[in-house]
Design a protein around this ligand. Structure first.
Ligand SMILES: Nc1ncnc2c1ncn2[C@@H]1O[C@H](COP(=O)(O)OP(=O)(O)OP(=O)(O)O)[C@@H](O)[C@H]1O
Length: 240
């Protein structure tokens, strides 16, 4: 298996003294679908954002496809696409469609390809009808879906998705799972931060974080049963 992400002795301490990540060691292979699972405040978002280069770690090393994130961030930017909640980097006065167009252009999409991808993204996320609404006038759910559409239209090798189906309706949820499956079929690596059983079931591996430390790393099938009934209890057992 080809290693795509290697994390060694990663530590992140916020200015308020909170150690959000402590000595994390993790290797992720190309094409894996993996969930970072843990209770509130465990460090999931911090880990996702550190891999996504939004957060600078205090200690440790991350390499992506052999590139060091400290020294070769430009190369890595092309390889990753990230969707986190509380996204602030949209233009408030632009419409949903204009925001996606702008982002597509930043990612070197032009002409027909840009148009096609933006349209597909809007349709997949159920935003086509409301595409002319200004970002500042969109509902929270629309903003979340736009955030996902933006992450999913980018041609990347690694998709980092922080609770991707949180706050979206069932139809969009199913669509997101379909897209995740499509990406996976193409050999893309997908990393989720999640509490959601149905989301976790779609991944192959579960890495459990507790108070900034990895406490378990298992194949999803080793933990969860095929029938989903008891799975919520099993996941709770892991973070007790
Ligand atoms: N910008 C920040 N400044 C200071 N402390 C922070 C900051 N962001 C997160 N923390 C703290 O770091 C710890 C890990 O937070 P993080 O958001 O990574 O956890 P999480 O597992 O994603 O939680 P949740 O499931 O609630 O989203 C928490 O104790 C949190 O309060």
């Amino acid at each position: 298996m080809e290693k795509i992400i290697e994390i060694k002795n990663l530590t992140k301490i916020y200015k308020n003294g909170i150690k959000a990540l402590e000595n994390i060691n993790l290797t992720i292979n190309r094409g894996e679908k993996i969930t970072i699972f843990g209770p509130n405040g465990a460090g999931k978002t911090t880990l996702i954002k550190t891999i996504g280069m939004f957060i600078i770690p205090d200690k440790g090393k991350i390499t992506i496809k052999g590139y060091n994130i400290k020294k070769e961030s430009k190369k890595i930017k092309k390889l990753i696409s990230i969707a986190t909640s509380n996204e602030r980097s949209f233009y408030y006065r632009l419409s949903l469609e204009e925001n996606l167009n702008f982002f597509g252009m930043l990612n070197n999409l032009t002409g027909k390809e840009l148009k096609k991808k933006v349209e597909k993204g809007l349709k997949e996320m159920g935003l086509y009808e409301t595409r002319k609404i200004k970002y500042m006038e969109a509902s929270t759910g629309m903003k979340r879906r736009l955030n996902l559409a933006r992450a999913l239209i980018k041609e990347a090798e690694i998709y980092l998705l922080d609770e991707p189906t949180n706050g979206v309706d069932i139809e969009t949820k199913i669509k997101i799972y379909e897209i995740m499956e499509e990406l996976s079929q193409k050999g893309k690596t997908i990393i989720l931060a999640s509490h959601d059983v149905s989301e976790i079931e779609k991944t192959d591996r579960i890495v459990v974080l507790k108070k900034g430390k990895i406490t378990a790393d298992k194949k999803t099938g080793e933990i969860l049963e095929k029938t989903t009934r008891k799975n919520e209890e099993k996941l709770l057992e892991l973070i007790k």
